[in-house]
Every structure is written in C-alpha cells, then in structure tokens.
Design a protein around this ligand. Structure first.
Ligand code: ZN
Ligand code: ZN
Length: 776
C-alpha cells in the first residue's frame, strides 16, 4: 500500500546541500515526491511503501550533510498523489530564510584532494570550493543566497562547472561560488606600483598560471620577504615564522611593538612541533570555522621569539582556504620548506583590515614587499576569530570569521533592537524573532576608519537580515563613538546600559539564565552609574535591574589614558593609598621610572588634578606588575597583566594567600591594601616574583569566593556569572572557578560569546528588550 508523508525539516538546512541529500536518499530507498526550501526550512513530500518511508526518515535523520544542523523533523500523513519520480523543486526558492545565511567555511577534504591531485582539473586552483566548504558570509550581498547576489556574480561558470552546479548528484549542486581555473577568480602577484611581478617559469607569451604565481610567492617567502595576501575576509601580512629576521622586520614595519602575531601552520604535525595540543584544541583547530586557537607554546619551539615576545602561548590556525593550503604546498625547486607563516591582519595599527586591492597597495605599501591579490571582491570584512580551550570547552575570545553570522538562540521572542556595543573590541548586536545576531569583530572604535566599518557593516547586516530596529541600546560612557552614534539616531527609543550589567547579561543570555544571579564583572574600564570608572564589580542582577553590591575600593588614577599606558602610575596610586607619604624603599619602580615623571604624577594625585577614581581590576594588575618590576609601561592592551599571569604560571602554588578586608558599607568595599603591604614586604625581602604573582592570583580567587559567600548569605543566590576581560586570564579563571566550586556555587562562564567587551552588545540588547517589555 502506498503512503505519502509531508515532512518539515527545520534548522540550518539551506545552502548546505540539504536538498540534494534528500534527493539522493529518496532515490536510494525508492520513494517518489519532491523537496523544496520554505521560509521555515526544508519541506519534503514523499510517497512509497511504509518500509521505504521508514528507511527514508531514518536516513534523513542519521546522515545529514556536514554543514547541516537539523533541529527538528516533523512528519504528517497526507493523501497519496501517485507520483513516480522524486524531484527538487526550486519554485519556492525565493522564500529563503535570512537566518540561515552561513559563515565562511574552511576547505573540505574532498576539495583538498582535488587541488592537490595533479590529475584533477582543479589541481593548484586556489579558489576551489563546494557545497560543503568555501566563502559564504564574506561574499554575500543579499538574500536569497544565489550567485547573482554574491561577489561571484561577474564570473560566468564554464560548461564543466555549470554541469556540476546543475547535477543533484554532484557535490557542487547549487554551490554558488563554484569555480575552476577556466572560469573562476585568478591570482595576481604585484609590486608596490601595481604592476605584475615577473614570474619565473611562465611560458613565453602565455598566461601566468596560478600555480606559477604561487611558486613565485613561495620563493619570496623562503627568502624572508613580507607578502600582503588577500584572503577570505581581508588581507594578511605573511612571512616565514621560522625566519627571525623576517619576523622582526615585519614587526618594525608594522610598528606593532610587542603585540603577539598569529601563526598559520601547514598541518597538525607542524602545530605539534610548536605547541602542546589537547584533544579539545585539536577539535577547535579543525572545526569548519578554523579559528586561531591560543595554545601553550613548547619551550623548544623552533619559531621566531619575535612572534609573541615574552608569551608562553601562541595563536595558531590551520590553512582555511585552498590559497592558504597551497602556500605550504611543496614546490619543485624548494630548498627548504617552511611549516608556519606569520599571518597577521593586513592593516595599519588600530585600523580595520584592508579588503580591496587598491587599499592594500595604498595602505600597506611600506609594510609589504609584494602583494598577492585576486579578482574576487570581499564584500564583508571579517577578521580571523580567536578561541581558547578552558576545561575542555572552546571559549571564543574574538568572534568573527567562521562564527558570524551564526545566530544566538534566545529561547523567547524579542523586540527588534540595535545594541551599539562598547568602544574597545566593538561588536554590535541586532535582534529579530527569537535570535540575536552579533556582528563580527569591528575593532576599537577610536578612529574614523573603524567607525566607518561599524556603519557599513550595520547597513549590510540590516539589509541581509531585514531588520529595522525599534530601539537602540548604548553604553553609558559619554565619549564612546558607539554611544555617540546611538544618540545621533533620530526616531528611535534610546536605552543606556551600564557596562558591567551588560557583561553579566551577556553571560546570562548565552547560558539561558533568566533569574537573579550574582555577577562578577572584572575588567579594565567601564563607565559607572556614579560617573567613576568601574572594573572590579559584584552585582546582583537580572536582565531588568542590577544592584552594585560590592567593588574594589576606589583608587585615584592620574592622567587619563596615560595611566593605562603606564602601569607605574597605578602602582604609585596603590602605594600612596597604602602608605600615605611614607613610601616604602627598595622597589624596582624607584630605579626604573624617571623621578621627574613620578614627581609630576605624585603632585597630580596629591592635588587631585586630572585624576579619576577607579575600581578597575585591570589597574590593580598593572599596579602589582609594576611593584614587582615586571612591567612599568605597555605598548598593547593588558600587556602588564599578561606578564603577571605568565610569571604566576611559572610560580609555585598552594602557598597561601595575602590578607584583604571587606568593609560592609553600601556598597561593600574590598580593601586590598593589606595585600599590597604584604607584597611590598616580600619584594623588599627578595622573594621570587613568580611566587608572589601566583599568590596574588590565588588571593583574588579567594576574595571573589568570599564576597560571593557573603552575598549568598544575604540573597540566597547560588548562581554566579563570571564576565569581563580579566577572565581571559586563564589562571585567574581557573582559580576563581575552583574556589567558587569548592563552596558549592553554580558557576557560569562564557563560551560562544567573548567574556571581553566583544560580548557586551548581546547583554545590552537583552537589557534593552527587558526595559521595553517593562515599559510596554
Ligand atoms: Zn569542498
Ligand atoms: Zn569552470
């Protein structure tokens, strides 16, 4: 007897080769009917014998295409239609669900086999892709996701590519960026003035092939040259990671001082030569997003020390496009193969990464020796994402390529809101339906170029997702460009959100929490409701309200931004708070910071000139790093804190903690002056800095657990959310998590959203949504 079923499949099932999969499954088990895309996912109608239909449903659930994520299959019986064929219907194609726009996907194994196979027509072709891999978000201009709406629109498929594209049984069926050496994008290696580099080995008069171009790039890299390479979401600056001279040259040309460079390693074996790789690390390295994974560097790693000076970690990724993979491919006249390249963002410091060929030639002219460009336009600029594994789970620190525009499920419908995010590590957030869409990493909104990137990305995402926000959320800091942007938007309801409340709300959102929690928000800078700079905060909060129940005791900071660049200023301030005018002798600070400068800052502190009071955890780390003589000045964010963490990792543990006091005022004040006194005493006695740094971390963890216990006694709350940039410090996170766990707290951390300011737009959006619902 013939049975017919209507099967609705939901989840990420569009643009991932799901219909051909259904088609092939139907043919294999012998059912008739059709499959098509609908706004809700994929709709299938299938008829055949009961046994065939059972097999069909079983196989659909069991073996979906790699990029698909099925969230539900619902089958209902309908009247048989006596169909005999199974077909893919495209008539409903227009009803594409915007939420299914996919992130860019790293090269799949099938494609890799093709472009490394001498016999394949795609041998050496750097733009090979298929339904299971390749560019998506970086090339999509509009939905539905169709070649004409991507930056592949100008490339006409050749006959062979077209045949693949049209064949439901082919891996490239409806693969929109499908391309080959005959019809697709091409590489070009150019000089500073834009003229083509003469490529050796190119046949007389003939067109230079991509393989020949790559061979020349390979030769230049081997000779220590710096090449600007156009990738998926922007340009990289690349050089041989094992060539110390080349790396130093890149560092000096980029004027990047000591900020670590990311590395791209040829393969897993190469990663293992430089770093210790856990099973969870490996999983992250290999996932379709291919992020930069922060790994523990091996002490014997034969890699230029200039890549991440003074750091015991290394940010490593694997090649995620064929172009990148081919940079490592063996080259016939190779005398030495390199196994890792520095791959740092192609930008001038603090500006967004460069995406167009013209911009690259203009902006990177003093940095790169040559430019490897191509003629596929990058529509969406996306930086590499950065993750780190903590307790076996991936934690995203910079959410960009490969993760965006993946949506965050909120579990409840929300108002359409734009949350403008913070100033540093800016991302913004749009909400729609039951989803939040966090933009890719925009960067520090401190210059015109970055603000332009913010506005441009916002316009593109609003179009792509068809969102028209009703309200706009912003950080309370009056000087943030993102806040100023929000306040300039006419006709929208505006909702200011406190920085640390947003941190905690963001952590709540990704953990699906909706009740009151204890929120521990530790970071560098956030504008407080009292006009001071907060950063060591204990909140009792839900999405609607927060109460600031405890914080690090305020210390005055002299000189605004200079105080952040010069940790010794924080040290001086903490010392003055602890000892008054009777400062302790024998600290490295007295010899290592010019007396003249110290005197000026001292006077500022005495008279309260250009000072601001802060409870910042970041400045506390600065102060301790400087008191220990680890770092008095910094040239990238959190450099002193990282130095202190590195020292602590080398220190022994289990040696007790320093004293501190909690004053139960309103709010409670955490007084760390007794700790400063103990640390100073130990420095004067010549104790190991590593041991002091380790005890300092332990003290903070114990203090956090102590404050949370006191809060629990009064509030009967047992859930603690940890958020803020300070919890990127893995030692602090580990010790705090352990200390809270010992006292039976349920601890919630970030995972898919950054703990740093890159995650707060999500919190802003949810707090604004709660405010609107309350007001409505
Ligand atoms: Zn592929
Ligand atoms: Zn072709």
């Amino acid at each position: 007897m013939t049975v017919r079923k209507r099967i609705q499949i939901r989840g990420i099932v569009q643009g991932v080769g799901f219909r051909p999969f259904v088609y092939q499954t139907a043919r294999r088990v012998g059912v008739a009917g059709f499959v098509c895309n609908t706004p809700d996912g994929v709709l299938v109608e299938a008829e055949g014998t009961q046994a065939a239909l059972d097999a069909f449903l079983r196989d659909l659930a069991r073996d979906p295409p790699p990029l698909a994520q099925v969230s539900g299959i619902v089958a209902t019986e309908v009247e048989p239609q006596r169909e005999v064929e199974f077909s893919i219907r495209s008539s409903v194609e227009q009803a594409f669900d915007a939420v299914t726009v996919l992130p860019d996907v790293a090269t799949c194994d099938d494609c890799r086999r093709e472009f490394t196979d001498r016999g394949d027509r795609r041998f050496g072709y750097p733009f090979t892709n298929c339904t299971n891999c390749g560019p998506r978000y970086s090339i999509i201009k509009d939905v539905p996701y169709d070649r004409a709406q991507t930056t592949m629109q100008n490339f006409r498929m050749c006959e062979k590519c077209r045949a693949e594209y049209d064949d439901p049984a082919n891996r490239r069926f409806h693969a929109q960026p499908n391309a080959c050496p005959v019809c697709g994008p091409r590489l070009l290696l150019v000089e500073h003035d834009g003229t083509a580099v003469a490529v050796a080995g190119a046949k007389n008069g003939g067109r230079v092939t991509d393989i020949e171009t790559l061979r020349e790039v390979h030769r230049l890299l081997r000779h220590g040259k710096i090449i600007a390479i156009k990738g998926l979401g922007g340009f990289h600056l690349a050089c041989d990671a094992e060539n110390d001279q080349a790396v130093r040259r890149l560092r000096s040309r980029k004027r990047r001082s000591d900020k670590p460079f990311a590395v791209m390693a040829a393969d897993i074996a190469s990663v293992r030569r430089f770093c210790n790789v856990s099973a969870a690390d490996l999983q992250s390295l290999l996932r379709p997003s291919h992020p930069i994974v922060i790994l523990e560097r091996r002490p014997d790693a034969a890699i230029s020390p200039a890549i991440a000076p003074g750091n015991n970690t290394l940010g490593v990724m694997l090649p995620y496009t064929p172009l990148h993979a081919l940079l490592f491919a063996e080259c016939e006249e190779a005398t030495r193969e390199f196994s890792a390249l520095v791959m740092t963002s192609g930008n001038l410091s603090e500006e967004p990464i460069v995406t167009s060929n013209e911009q690259a030639l203009e902006r990177l002219v003093h940095v790169a020796d040559a430019f490897l460009v191509h003629n596929r336009r990058i529509h969406m600029r996306v930086d590499d994402s950065v993750v780190r594994v903590f307790r076996g789970k991936e934690r995203v620190l910079r959410r960009s390529r490969g993760y965006v525009p993946g949506v965050i499920e909120l579990g409840k419908p929300v108002v359409e809101i734009l949350a403008c995010g913070p100033e540093q590590k800016n991302t913004f957030c749009l909400t729609q339906g039951r989803y939040a869409m966090l933009s890719q990493h925009i960067g520090d909104l401190e210059n015109y170029e970055t603000l332009e990137f913010f506005e441009e990305t916002l316009a593109k995402l609003k179009k792509l997702f068809r969102v028209e926000p009703r309200a706009i959320a912003y950080d309370l800091h009056p000087r943030y460009l993102s806040s100023q942007y929000a306040l300039e938007q006419a006709g929208l309801q505006k909702i200011g959100v406190q920085h640390h409340h947003a941190h905690i709300a963001s952590c709540m959102a990704e953990n699906g929490l909706n009740e009151k929690v204890i929120g521990v928000a530790f970071d560098g800078t956030g504008f407080g409701s009292d006009g001071r700079i907060w950063g060591g905060e204990f909140l009792v909060a839900d999405l609607e309200h927060f109460e600031r129940r405890a914080h690090l005791r305020y210390v005055p900071l002299a000189g605004g931004d200079a105080a952040i660049r010069q940790p010794w200023r924080s040290a001086l301030s903490y010392l003055r708070e602890t000892y008054g005018n009777d400062l302790p002798h024998d600290l490295p600070l007295w010899n290592e910071v010019a007396e003249k400068e110290r005197t000026i800052v001292w006077k500022m502190l005495e008279r309260g000139i250009n000072t601001v009071e802060t409870s910042s955890c970041g400045r506390l780390f600065d102060a301790v790093a400087s008191i220990l003589g680890l770092r008095h000045e910094i040239n990238f964010e959190a450099q002193a804190a990282i130095k202190l963490e590195m020292a602590a990792c080398a220190g022994s543990n289990g040696e007790g903690v320093y004293p501190f006091q909690i004053e139960f005022a309103d709010p409670w004040q955490i007084d760390l002056r007794p700790m400063i006194e103990s640390i100073v005493g130990e420095v004067q006695q010549g104790a190991r800095r590593e041991a002091i740094a380790a005890r300092f971390h332990d003290t903070l963890a114990v203090m956090i657990a102590e404050v949370c216990r006191s809060l629990r006694e009064r509030e009967a709350l047992n859930k603690v959310c940890l958020s803020g940039g300070a919890f990127q410090n893995m030692l602090l996170l580990d010790r705090t998590h352990a200390a809270l766990g010992e006292h039976g707290f349920e601890v919630y951390l970030h995972a898919s959203v950054p703990p740093n300011d890159g995650g707060i737009a999500l919190g802003q959006a949810l707090i604004a949504n709660a405010a609107l619902k309350r007001g409505a």
